[in-house]
Design a protein around this ligand. Structure first.
Ligand code: ATP
Ligand code: MG
Length: 184
């Protein structure tokens, strides 16, 4: 599951957990982006902060891991490189790529989308406020996950304006944001 994770929140975690359960996945690898080229119009917390928050949020789940492939690769992050790197690290693995409805709709507009779909089975999950694209192909799955009306944008805005993010993000992430005064 790729994402900016700025910060990681319970919407990400529920989606990952639900897809892992339905598809009987051995592992969910969270991959924080390096420089997110779609978001270059705003300041993004450093890759190290986003990576550490993702580690904190996933630490208790034995099937959840975090990969540094995107943050250690110089330059903007492209999902094709993410999938190639993960495939090289796990040559025996069957790869799935978990994405929310908004990201799924974006991905379908990319020019190398057929190659992406050869590298991994894409799973698009429902997200409140976004329509899942209609798709008629069996190499891409669309599935409903428990609705979590949470976004990182909203979490950042809440922190900036002094509103709580308790229970929107894991407790350790609330404390991490406070400790390093992120999003102020
Ligand atoms: P931002 O508001 O900064 O864009 P975000 O909440 O959309 O943050 P991302 O890191 O951009 O989080 O998302 C990573 C992936 O998780 C994307 O595929 C996105 O669609 C999915 N996702 C994010 N929030 C949810 C949610 N509440 N429910 C389901 N999927 C989600
Ligand atoms: Mg987003």
């Amino acid at each position: 599951m790729g994402g900016t994770f700025d910060p990681i929140h319970h919407g990400h975690l529920v989606a990952a957990s639900e897809v892992a359960s339905v598809f009987d996945l051995d592992e969910v690898v969270f991959v924080p982006t390096g420089e997110p080229w779609q978001k270059s119009n705003r300041d993004v917390a450093s890759a190290e902060h986003r990576y550490l928050m993702t580690v904190i949020a996933t630490a208790a789940n034995p099937r959840f891991t975090v990969s540094r492939v995107d943050i250690d690769r110089p330059g903007p992050t492209y999902t094709i490189d993410t999938l190639r790197d993960l495939a090289a690290q796990r040559p025996e693995a069957e790869l799935f790529f978990i994405t929310g409805a908004d990201a799924m709709a974006q991905i379908m507009g990319w020019k190398d989308v057929e190659e992406l779909w050869r590298l991994a089975h894409f799973v698009g999950v429902t997200r409140p406020g976004h329509e899942l694209p209609v798709l008629d192909r069996n190499d891409v799955s669309l599935m409903e996950v428990p609705a979590m009306s949470i976004s990182s944008t909203d979490c950042r805005e809440r922190v900036r304006t002094g509103h709580p993010v308790w229970y929107l993000v894991p407790d350790g992430v609330v404390q991490y944001i406070g400790k390093y005064k992120l999003y102020n």
